[in-house]
Design a binder for this molecule. Structure first.
Ligand SMILES: Cc1cc2nc3c(=O)[nH]c(=O)nc-3n(C[C@H](O)[C@H](O)[C@H](O)COP(=O)(O)OP(=O)(O)OC[C@H]3O[C@@H](n4cnc5c(N)ncnc54)[C@H](O)[C@@H]3O)c2cc1C
Length: 592
């Protein structure tokens, strides 16, 4: 490829990077009002949302009485008090409306006999402020994300959203302090594209691929975070990485919590239902951090199964082949394909697997990206929005409850779409592009295509994943984190001497994956620095050397900035502990 690239410029009112649930829900809303485009690395219905299994939480009360205040209580408690309570209230109150809207769009939910949406139990969701587990999670069998994503894509096509499929976002474009679009690479044909927008949203999904054992799809490389850091903006609470208790041993694929919701339970090598020792009331349906640590404890204390004693068993066979076939058909298939096990007959070997990223790009509950700290109140970054797993609202705080993420992506996708449309309409015209827009990103890509560096993406990525698994996982200590920091710095140095073998323009995945690796190395530093500084245990962040939660010093959000020399600077901001409305008040009857 030549040295001087053609750069094609596109102009839209709203540009959304990412076509998962968050991106599509935002696009659907914005496209009702303004010209809206979506850029996505993979075809929209291949986004990771498609693999969400268990369901979406909403207090519909179809199976038993429920109200949003209990949902809010569970979410605040589940977040280990790090969640922002105004945002949590906002989400829980909107949940029933959001699910009914999906139903009216045609999403094929599972039904109960009276025709209403089926709801199942999920970890951490309770009635009457923790009294007992409740059936709150609305499901389409164990393929809820699949049903959701296809429904939304259909609606977006109907609304004439413009899709740029298989385009890879490289950098944010800013003019002074205003975000004016993104630079992207056309994966199919090669070449640079600039998307000039009045409002730009990141909905780029999670960052689990920097771990080796993970339930996340190959595209969950957290590009939005790497790009945000490079643009000089902060990321929030990255040290809170959720490990789902039940990944298939050896591969990491997820067995939904819905399996335990349907009556499945965990046993150790003695056949003991060990969760009764860790969470006597809700047992196997305790929140994910609790169950993951319990499994890790069993394994550490020699009660794991198998020749190496390094997994436990999830027993499902007792719930009956009928229930499994009707409610968990995808789980049957996954375990059969990936573990060679028929779960109607045998228990499934499981270990905790990296699953969800609580941290992300800081936003308020309008999905506006915000900056601020302990002294400075938050202010929005003009023209920049984020929603979904790449954002940190912060709903999930230190630990997300199962089925709250599909809800989060719907609620803040929708609100973000509305806010972007309002903002775009309020601007008479586009804020101009800066001089040489996307210059740095274009130079980096050309540099890679021309480079003769000796290092390769594969081995560096492999080392990053393995070491993150080892040093920055369910348990962390100062020693493992200091070690991990040194490893990432070393990998970062090696990355400066990287070369790629494929020099072509067309479908150059060598190039795309190298750009992904650059993003991963960038934000992995922020994960480790945040975890090292946080000398307490809270939610998914468990420091063996500081096993207690420390509200006096650490009831605050971490912010990480990328410095010019490649190091990370940490800052903090307060947790918003004040709900929108002040109790006591009567939860309203549902009107549907
Ligand atoms: C196996 C599994 C099961 C789950 N089950 C549940 C569940 O039952 N209930 C629940 O609430 N949550 C569940 N979750 C979590 C939930 O599914 C996710 O948090 C959520 O779907 C994320 O949606 P999203 O829209 O933010 O991102 P995604 O769906 O991950 O989409 C990201 C989008 O960004 C695009 N993108 C990324 N980088 C770039 C780039 N550089 N350039 C262009 N485009 C880019 C991708 O193409 C994609 O379209 C599950 C997660 C997993 C992994």
């Amino acid at each position: 490829m030549g040295n001087i690239p053609d750069v094609i410029i596109h102009k839209h009112d709203v540009v959304i990077v990412g076509a998962g649930g968050a991106g599509l829900r935002a696009a659907l809303e914005a496209s009702k009002v303004v010209n809206t485009a979506v850029i996505t690395q993979v075809f929209p219905t291949r986004s990771h949302t498609v693999s969400a299994q268990g369901g979406i939480a909403a207090t519909l009360g179809n199976m038993e009485p429920d109200n949003w205040l209990w949902h809010m209580f569970d979410t605040v408690k589940g977040s280990d008090y790090l969640g922002d309570q105004d945002a949590i209230e906002f989400m829980c109150r909107m949940a029933p409306e959001i699910v009914i809207e999906l139903e009216h769009m045609g999403m094929p939910f599972s039904r109960i006999e009276n025709g209403k949406i089926f709801q199942r139990r999920f970890g951490g969701h309770t009635r009457e402020f923790g009294k007992d587990a409740i059936q709150r999670t609305c499901a389409a069998a164990d393929r809820t994300g699949h049903a959701m994503l296809h429904t939304l894509y259909e609606q977006c096509v109907k609304n004439q959203v413009i899709f740029y499929n298989e385009f890879f976002a490289i950098d944010l474009i800013m003019n002074e302090d205003h975000v004016v679009g993104v630079l992207a690479w056309d994966i199919v044909n090669g070449g640079f594209h600039i998307f000039h927008a009045k409002a730009t949203m990141f909905a780029t999904g999670g960052y689990g691929r920097c771990y080796k054992t993970t339930s996340n799809a190959h595209i969950c490389t957290g590009d939005g975070l790497g790009i945000t850091l490079r643009a000089g903006l902060p990321v929030e609470d990255l040290e809170f990485v959720q490990f789902h208790p039940t990944g298939i041993y050896g591969v990491g694929n997820l067995i939904t919590e819905g399996a335990r919701g349907e009556g499945g339970y965990l046993i150790n090598k003695d056949g003991e239902r060990f969760m009764k020792r860790y969470a006597p009331t809700v047992m196997d349906l305790a929140s994910r951090d609790v169950v993951s640590r319990a499994i890790a404890e069993e394994i550490r204390n020699g009660r794991g199964c198998g020749p190496k004693g390094d997994y436990v068993l999830l027993k499902l066979d007792h719930i009956g082949a009928n229930v499994i076939n009707e409610r968990l058909p995808g789980i049957w298939e996954l375990t059969y394909v990936f573990a060679g096990i028929d779960c109607t007959k045998e228990p499934i070997p499981v270990v905790p697997t990296c699953h969800y990223c609580m941290g992300g790009i800081p936003t308020n509950y309008y999905a506006e990206v915000v900056v601020g700290n302990m002294e400075q109140p938050e202010t929005p970054v003009k023209g920049f929005y984020a929603a979904g797993e790449c954002a940190c609202v912060s709903i999930h705080g230190a630990n997300r409850l199962g089925s709250n993420s599909l809800l989060d992506i719907m609620v803040f996708g929708k609100v973000g779409g509305q806010k972007m449309a309002e903002f775009a309409e309020s601007l008479p015209e586009h804020v101009p592009l800066p001089e040489n827009p996307g210059k740095d990103g274009i130079e980096r890509v050309i540099g890679l295509l021309n480079s003769t560096g000796k290092e390769r993406m594969g081995p560096i990525w492999e080392e990053l994943k393995e070491s993150m698994d080892y040093n920055c996982s369910v348990f962390r200590t100062e020693e493992t984190l200091v070690k991990q920091k040194a490893i990432i710095n070393e990998l970062w140095k090696r990355f400066q001497n990287i070369g790629i073998d494929d020099k072509s323009r067309v479908y150059n995945l060598d190039l795309v994956e190298t750009l992904e690796l650059e993003n991963m190395l960038t934000y992995s530093k922020a994960i480790v620095e945040g975890a090292l500084a946080r000398t307490e245990s809270r939610g998914a962040h468990y420091r063996d050397d500081y096993p207690k939660r420390d509200d006096v010093n650490w009831l605050k959000h971490t912010l990480a900035y990328l410095e010019e020399d490649g190091s990370i600077r940490l800052d903090y901001k307060p947790v918003r502990l004040k709900p929108l409305t002040v109790p006591p008040f009567e939860p309203k009857e549902r009107v549907y």
